[in-house]
Write a protein that binds this ligand. Structure first.
Ligand code: MF3
Ligand code: CO
Length: 249
């Protein structure tokens, strides 16, 4: 069941989203060779709590941390750890969620660590572009898979692939609500988009094949073929006059 939000509810979601965006900005600036992903996580948790919010992921189905930090062939849900040290040339997906006054915000971006290859730079750029193209479709009168198709077409035109085992989602009083927002689909299909829907749109883009494997920790998803993967996510409200990106950085 898709839950429509009032403008007041969207404002509350926005509160959580502003905290998420600020934390992402700061963590991005800290992502340099030599720092551990646990240090990034501890900083993010402090920031979120100082803002009067709570981490959204910590404790969710037993997830142990505030951030997901996914490096190189890790697609999503990498768990921050003391022994995971960023190194020059890595690409790092930072995913963060916060809840404030009962409403959730969720966003992610992939950032370079030090100097990265031109190939990796392009992967990140295409992923961000695909997210923007998907968001552009998030308006009343469109269909859900118009978002999905816009993302898929842009990614595949570059010779990359979209991940299918993980999808975006509705968001509001829960981190994950209906509908699921796949990053693949047929234009003109799927549920009709309405003003008041709030979606976390999150393309996951692999340089090689689309298949993923979940590691023994039961969280970290990696590409099956070991290729690089990038991830970008915004929480977006669908308003009468079009999409409003609530997690704008
Ligand atoms: N942004 C991810 C999602 O929407 C992060 C979830 S991590 C989890 O699913 F631990 F909360 F599951
Ligand atoms: Co999400």
């Amino acid at each position: 069941m898709v839950i429509l939000k009032s403008l007041q509810e969207i404002e509350k979601i926005q509160k959580a989203c502003v905290i998420v965006a600020d934390v992402l900005n700061d963590v991005r600036a800290m992502a340099a060779p030599g720092i551990s992903t646990l240090e990034l996580d501890e900083y993010a948790e402090k920031r979120i709590r100082a803002a009067g919010a709570k981490p959204a992921f910590k404790g969710y189905r037993g997830y142990p941390r505030t951030l997901c930090t996914s490096i190189n062939d890790q697609v999503i849900h990498g768990i921050p750890a003391k022994g995971v040290i960023l190194k020059d040339g890595d690409i790092l997906s930072i995913d963060v969620g916060a809840v404030v006054e009962g409403f959730y915000g969720d966003a992610a971006m992939t950032v370079p660590v030090g100097k990265i290859s031109a190939k990796a730079e392009k992967l990140i750029r295409i992923t961000e572009e695909a997210l923007a193209l998907g968001i552009e479709q998030a308006r009343p009168g469109k269909r859900l898979f118009d978002i999905s198709a816009a993302i898929q077409e842009h990614v595949e035109a570059s010779g990359y692939s979209v991940v299918r085992e993980f999808v975006g989602h509705g968001i509001g009083r829960s981190l994950h609500e209906d509908p699921q927002v796949p990053n693949f689909g047929e234009r003109g299909r799927g549920l009709r988009l309405l003003s008041g829907m709030v979606l976390a749109i999150e393309p996951m883009v692999n340089m090689g094949g689309s298949a993923t494997v979940v590691k023994e920790d039961n969280w970290t998803a990696v590409t099956a073929d070991g290729s690089l993967s990038a991830h970008a996510e915004h929480t977006v409200a669908i308003l009468e006059d079009g999409p409003k990106v609530l997690t704008k950085r």
